[in-house]
Write a protein that binds this ligand. Structure first.
Ligand code: THU
Length: 130
């Protein structure tokens, strides 16, 4: 795992807006252009409108003209693994190769690394629409 990604994801987690769940999440992407893009979860009083950390990081990447995730870190507190939710697995899938690494971290560091394919096997993607 690229340590710069961990640092960026942890800083993003600290900025999360999660007054309802109190579960702060950060994400950071190393894109094909060598840049790092981060995001945090942003909740809303109208609960379903809240957005995940991964969605914020992906939006920042796309806004900057990059479309390929080389590596991604997701970080959250608690004893369990802060693995990407189902919707975010699909969001990551759009911009990552099957072997792209998804590092799941806690505040202390790396907990487990998965590939995109492990997190979302037999997935539907842009090729299916070709
Ligand atoms: N959350 C994320 O930001 N990413 C995930 O992949 C899992 C869940 C956020 C959404 C919500 O603000 C909080 O964690 C509790 O579900």
């Amino acid at each position: 795992m690229d340590q710069r990604l961990f640092t960026a994801a942890r800083a993003a987690m600290e900025r999360a807006y999660a007054p309802y769940s109190k579960f702060l999440v950060g994400a950071a992407i190393l894109a094909e252009n060598g840049q790092i893009y981060s995001g945090c979860n942003v909740e809303n009083a109208a609960y379903p409108v809240g957005t995940c950390a991964e969605a914020g990081a992906i939006a920042a990447m796309v806004r900057d003209g990059a479309l390929q995730i080389r590596e991604i870190v997701v970080i959250g507190r608690g004893d369990g693994l802060c693995t990407p939710c189902g919707g975010c697995r699909q969001r990551i899938r759009e911009f990552a190769a099957p072997e792209t690494k998804v590092h799941v971290c806690g505040p202390e560091g790396l907990r487990q690394t998965f590939t995109r394919e492990e997190l979302l096997p037999a997935s539907f993607g842009p090729e299916n629409l070709a």
